[in-house]
Ligand binder design. Structure first.
Ligand SMILES: [Zn+2]
Length: 143
């Protein structure tokens, strides 16, 4: 119970820890813990983004930080599911945040590649179906 609550309540992260995270002054294991949570908790992402926005006069942009850490980068599978609109809402929001707010070039390139690939797949599935239909039609006729 205790453990579950800890996992489910990433907002228990003190603001100062998140600030330190942005400043990259946290010990590595705390950075790792925050990054793990960022992957699954949208509120924490928003909290981090708003802290960053508040101190926007800072040296680095949030996109620089995210790109540097690659912490938010998405797998091909996740991006593919996003294209197919098959992701749970929270994950879809996260992907949209990553692509539109962070504007991660790495993931945008990956997404563009996947789009092209899906387009091709659709084409070849159609022609495969057509071929299959034609051959089975021929087969039926021969019988
Ligand atoms: Zn990315």
């Amino acid at each position: 119970m205790q453990y579950g609550m800890l996992v489910k309540m990433p907002n228990s992260f003190p603001q100062t820890d998140l600030e330190a995270y942005l400043d990259e002054t946290l010990p590595p294991e705390e950075i790792a813990a925050i990054e793990r949570l960022l992957r699954e908790d949208r509120r924490l992402v928003q909290q981090l983004a708003s802290i960053h926005a508040r101190r926007n006069a800072g040296v680095h942009s949030v996109s620089e930080i995210w790109r540097a850490h690659r912490l938010s980068c998405l797998s091909r599978e996740q991006l593919g599911s996003f294209l197919l609109q098959a992701l749970p809402d929270e994950m879809a929001d996260y992907v949209a945040f990553h692509l539109k707010v962070v504007g991660c070039r790495f993931c945008l390139a990956n997404l563009a590649d996947l789009k092209a690939q899906q387009h091709e797949d659709r084409h070849s599935t159609q022609s495969r179906r057509r071929k299959y239909f034609q051959s089975s039609a021929g087969y039926l006729r021969r019988r």
